[in-house]
Design a protein around this ligand. Sequence first.
Ligand code: ATP
Ligand code: MG
Ligand code: MG
Ligand code: MG
Length: 572
Amino acid sequence: MRASRFFISTLKEAPADAEIVSHQLMMRAGMIKRLGSGIYTYMPMGLRVIRKVEAIVRDEMNRAGAVELLMPVVQPAELWQETGRWQKYGAELMRVKDRHGRDFIIQPTSEEVITDIARTEIKSYRQLPVNFYHVQTKFRDERRPRFGLMRGREFTMKDAYSFDRDAASMKVSYQIMYDAYIRIFTRFGLEFRPVAADNGAIGGSGSHEFHVIADTGEDAIVYCPTSDYAANMEAAEAAPITLPRAAPTLALTKTATPGKAKCEDVAALLAVPLNQTVKSIVLTVEKEVDGKLDKQVWLLLLRGDHDLNEVKAGKVPGLADYRFSTEAEIVEWFGTPPGYLGPINTVKPVHVVADLSVAPMSDFICGANEADFHFTGANWGRDLPEPVTFDLRNVVAGDASPDGKGVLAIQRGIEVGHVFQLGTRYSEDMKATFLDENGKPQLLQMGCYGIGVTRILGAAIEQNFDAKGIVWPVSIAPFEVVLCPMGYDRNEAVKTAADNLLAGLLEAGVDAILDDRGERPGAMFADWELIGVPHRIVIGDRGLKDGKLEYQGRQETAATAVDLTGIIAFIR
Ligand code: ATP
Ligand code: MG
Ligand code: MG
Ligand code: MG
């Protein structure tokens, strides 16, 4: 490739709405262009990366025995009504009407369509197992599209769907995909971690997410460095795992006799910071008791980092998504019903009174809104006198791993892949069956497997960048090598050497680009460092006289002289 015939468009400054580094750098490197909220054009430079990601994904999917097809983006509502997801999926599902007033959706995922294909195409056990996949545009009307390609509304996903005759063989198919994912993310050259996860809106039983490790990740992962144990905190919340040991987490250590002020006792215990990433705040709320308005202190658990002032000012969107501890949870955690708590889903937060996650809780007063209902001198500490079981909601770094093989650590991750054991979640609703050896109809056992193709770009950058720009792993870089000739337009020897080298690299299968734009060296280098090309070769008149070129890796601080004749072997 020649830069003069490609399209390069770099910026000094990122637009103001680009909050995180990957979004900023992708905009500055001219990889994407915003069309609307969460909707981007993949510009030529960005598309090259996407194509490389897709190629690795396809290669490993094919190797794992999956078969590629391509399902439509627009899907009839009827299929989604069959599985109930037309109602259940909520506002993220983009619904559209055609000219006849018929309902359609723009696919956020394709379980319904693939199950429809399976129920008509798969007739006999002899056709099983089979795994179909496609790489297709998805649309999710995200509540808060942000971070560029990381949480877009329109994005590209690879989604695969396996069909098996029974649960045991479905698990085998799942394991094959799990292994393929390990190979895929290894080939991307990214640091990643598979973690146990929650099934969410997709349904089904077991699932794992694949996370690219990055401080800016939206998810918190709890894992044990000395064993295989790893889970998304989200999953830990959906299915608490009880750890049979004393709680080292924050807990009330000093209280007055918990008599009447039961509400605050419970609230105080629940108000411990759940982990580094979840903040808990106490709210004063109003609720009606016997026709009378009663003010009480309740608890709201907030996920993610939010400025308290923003919360107070009502600027945190979707507060409704956050939740009060339910009565059932309190019963589960404390063994007894919470006295006069009553149904609390109906209460409305009035104002924030304290941020328990910011200040150390020392000599805290847990007060009810009546005289004589206060505790004074409540402290949160690590020295609980008695062993107490607790669940992962309260986990902190250093706690024992549930598998007993070490201690837990917490880190942040970006969900780039997700594999699910669906079982008969879809085949039941859609009556997708096959005939077994005895001619008896059986429900198909399914699995589904997603990779956020476009999100990979953001995740790779969040993990690999420096002050100059992006640092692409070679396998997904838009170009592997850039040739920077000094005076391409005025020095015949340089021009000839550069042209020959480009031809030689391309011949050897190296994805090279020659910068023949005639830019000044400084501007030229800055562009390619921003774009993140892993290898740079400078071709200069002086070096050529000795048969030398200057090589510099993207993160190296100085160039190395390399023989012109050995440069291709050197790059490889
Ligand atoms: P998230 O928790 O980030 O909302 P999800 O769990 O809803 O993701 P899945 O339904 O598991 O996503 O979809 C499979 C993959 O698609 C995800 O692992 C992720 O990599 C990607 N993905 C999901 N939503 C988006 C989005 N809005 N923009 C880009 N990629 C996405
Ligand atoms: Mg989602
Ligand atoms: Mg998720
Ligand atoms: Mg997911």
